[in-house]
Design a protein. Structure first.
Length: 369
């Protein structure tokens, strides 16, 4: 069994070596000839999996992407060839939520307002959106939700997009990149919608760069609109529009989902899918391989207040670290280097809270004993 895996996929050998020969490849630059004898192909979001990559391979049985997004897979091509394929739904959803929370803490500080004063509009309420809504509501923020595909659900408070955009203080995007069909998301925020969006409304994009028209955003910024901008994803990665960076409050290299747990969970989910394909009982689990975090336990005192949440979360993750790395190294080392050398970052769940733990901390994702 020939298994080929992106060299940015953590624990690929640890999980897959028992199932076959594992060869690592460079995800962004891999060529068709390198994969010609693959039976199993394991990718991340930077590999375009299509006819050009796979026509030379007669054997391929399985393609798995250790990511949530699937816009880099030509699903019709894979289906046409009868190649089983899967992604890793929700693998890094918590990581993205922690990224968004970190952005919101910065915004609240910049504007010298309590977090609870903000109304956050969440666009796309799936794995990430749902977790984010739950976290924000746990902290007492007002949340507006837009997801036309869920509008018919009895308990879902769907708000139409333009009303949400007019009413929110912060807009956070969590849709997949979809170019056709009834609900396309390519340039969902186009020049017209950006023009209608109040200039003070903050924008967080941690889904896909192409969901926001980056040139329209740049034109707006150059025209003097001082919108708070938190950009993790960009059009045309890795060759992004660098002119936009100075206008961003936070700029990062598509790392919102790159917690240690988020990436490794993706590998584990593919391992489980391949075991199922091969009718083999899984013997490996992520818990065997995950090292303990730098901080394992924390005692919460009865004096802990909502105001202290920010300090607690920042101990685990502060997006300003990633923004600083981005501004320092983007031009000299490039977008992909920033992603490949991403410093380890553990999720809230890696810290076990003890003492009188308020329920909202558990709802944010911390664990408790
Ligand atoms: N920056 C990162 O590191 C990072 C990490 C993980 C995921 N992502 C991106 O985030 C996206 C969302 O992830 P998820 O796990 O929540 O996916 P998901 O599929 O669970 O949820 C997406 C939601 O968006 C909704 N949706 C689809 N089209 C819409 C539209 N036109 N308007 C409003 N809502 C729409 C869907 O109905 C669904 O509920 C992924 O597809 C991926 O592109 C980015
Ligand atoms: O879709 C996803 O899961 C994310 O965008 C993911 O974090 C991308 O990471 P990459 O595959 O590019 O390393």
């Amino acid at each position: 069994m020939k298994i080929y895996a992106d060299d940015n996929m953590p624990l690929a050998r640890e999980f897959f070596a028992e199932l076959g020969d594992v060869t690592l490849f460079s995800g962004r630059n891999v060529q068709a000839a390198e994969l010609a004898d693959a039976d199993i192909l394991l990718v991340r979001s930077v590999t375009k999996v299509n006819a050009a990559l796979l026509d030379a391979n007669p054997n391929l049985r399985f393609v798995g992407t250790a990511t949530i997004g699937t816009d880099h897979l030509d699903l019709a091509y894979l289906q046409g060839r009868g190649i089983v394929h899967t992604n890793a739904p929700g693998c890094n959803a918590q990581s993205v939520v922690e990224y968004v929370l970190s952005c919101l803490f910065i915004l609240a500080e910049q504007q010298d307002k309590p977090l609870t004063d903000f109304t956050v509009g969440v666009i796309g309420v799936g794995q990430i959106g749902k977790r984010l809504v739950a976290a924000l509501q746990a902290l007492g923020l007002t949340v507006l939700q837009n997801d036309p595909l869920r509008a018919a659900e009895a308990d879902f408070p769907h708000l139409d997009l333009d009303t949400l955009l007019a009413s929110a203080d912060v807009v956070s995007l969590h849709v997949p990149l979809v170019r056709g069909g009834a609900y396309p998301t390519f340039h969902l925020l186009d020049a017209n919608r950006l023009a209608a969006l109040p200039a003070t409304t903050a924008l967080i994009n941690a889904c896909r760069g192409e969901v926001v028209d980056n040139q329209a955003l740049l034109a707006q910024a150059r025209a003097g609109v001082k919108r708070p901008l938190f950009m993790d994803v960009w059009e045309l990665e890795p060759a992004i529009e660098q002119q936009l960076v100075p206008y961003c409050d936070i700029a990062t290299a598509h790392i919102a989902g790159h917690s240690v747990e988020g990436k490794a969970r993706g590998t584990e989910m593919l391992y489980q899918a391949v075991c199922q394909l091969l009718d083999v009982t899984p013997t490996r689990t992520l818990s065997q391989f995950l090292p303990a975090g730098a901080i394992e336990k924390l005692q919460i005192s009865p004096n802990f207040r909502l105001l202290d949440v920010q300090n607690l979360c920042r101990m685990l993750y502060d997006v300003r670290r990633d923004d600083a790395l981005f501004r320092q190294h983007l031009v000299t080392h490039g977008f992909d280097w920033l992603r490949k050398t991403y410093p380890p970052r553990r999720e809230f769940s890696s810290v076990c809270l003890q003492g009188q733990v308020p329920d909202y901390l558990i709802r944010l994702g911390f664990s408790q004993k």
